[in-house]
Design a protein around this ligand. Structure first.
Ligand SMILES: [Zn+2]
Length: 338
């Protein structure tokens, strides 16, 4: 962990505290979301097993089966609703964590420059508006023709299919209701491995149709989408940050073997530094599922930028880059007319 963090600190320079905060938030959010998704699957599966247990030691008959299928449909809907709420919450938090870094840097330089043309509250406003747009963009984007909401829905449907498979296998076995209820609980709590030891015939019947971890697909989607949200928000914030010079990717220490990330993070393709890209030419991030590579921005040194801001304040033509940002980002996003 320390090598990547050292690299993050060195690229952030004076802003290292904020860079570390953004990274820590990202990691904390990922762990918290993982945990909440698992808990959601456990809670909902326990409802199914409760329904099954009502049948006691009798085998699962037609009537019970109809009740269980009904309960599974309700669970699928509940899962979809709650996963959607979960994804919305974490999308917002990841976007805010990513944008927070650029926002803090811009506010810092504006406060240090002390020029009357640029007001802190208006700076905050441009990041606030960008924040909202980034969240919307994530939900309105399609991938393989599917919106994020569709892909969440497909995970809920998959859950129902998996549960149906297990229950069908239990019916074919002639298993009693209590035993099947226990099998479902064990599966969701301890994954497929332990199930295979105690219910060998049932498991043999299902083969590979049932995944080893029932929540895995949703977890994988969550990790990829949230990393992507963080990455996109980093880019969007970089675009409206006047001191930003590019976006940098740092190899995660959790890469045992060389992969695509080594090339992206290890070469200087644009003469901006190792792993640094112009904002418009940033590679698609995350680079693969479960990728933990770090994304951050590269910013001009604060004292240099403060000097340039002051120069621009007395003569806008002396700093065309800042003037362009002032006219096309700052004024436009704040609806300043004059
Ligand atoms: Zn990676």
């Amino acid at each position: 962990m320390s090598k990547e963090i050292d690299e993050l600190k060195s690229i952030a320079g004076d802003y290292k505290t904020w860079a570390l905060q953004a990274r820590k938030k990202f990691i904390d959010l990922r762990l918290r979301q993982d945990l909440q998704i698992r808990e959601l699957y456990i809670k909902l599966t326990k409802n199914i097993s409760k329904e099954l247990k009502k049948g006691g030691l009798s085998p699962i008959d037609k009537k019970r089966l109809q009740q269980i299928y009904g309960a599974l449909k309700e669970t699928e809907d509940a899962l979809n609703g709650q996963l959607t709420i979960n994804f919305e919450k974490y999308t917002k938090e990841n976007v805010a964590a990513a944008v927070g870094y650029s926002k803090a840097i811009t506010i810092d330089i504006v406060e240090k420059a002390e020029i009357s043309k640029i007001v802190t509250s208006d700076v905050k406003n441009i990041y606030f508006r960008m924040n909202e747009k980034a969240v919307e963009a994530i939900w309105s984007r399609t991938q393989d023709g599917l919106y994020l909401s569709d892909r969440i829905w497909s995970k809920s449907r998959k859950y129902r299919q998996n549960m149906t498979d297990i229950i069908r296998a239990a019916v074919a076995e002639g298993q009693d209701c209590t035993k099947t209820a226990k099998a479902l609980e064990q599966y969701v709590l301890k994954k497929k491995k332990t199930l295979a030891a105690e219910y060998p015939n049932m498991m043999a019947r299902m083969g590979n149709r049932v995944p080893s971890d029932v929540s895995y697909e949703a977890l994988r989607l969550a990790r990829t989408e949230m990393t992507s949200a963080f990455g996109e928000a980093t880019l969007s914030a970089a675009k409206i940050s006047p001191s930003c010079r590019g976006v940098k990717y740092i190899l995660s220490a959790s890469h045992p073997k060389p992969d695509i990330c080594d090339d992206i993070t290890g070469t200087d393709k644009h003469g901006l530094g190792i792993g640094v890209y112009p904002i418009d030419e940033a590679p698609l991030y995350p680079f693969h599922c479960n990728c933990l590579c770090i994304t951050t921005t590269v910013n001009e040194k604060s004292e240099d930028f403060v000097q340039r801001l002051k120069r621009w304040d007395s003569d806008p033509t002396s700093e065309p880059g800042i003037e362009d940002w002032y006219q096309n980002t700052y004024k436009k996003m704040n609806n300043i007319q004059k």
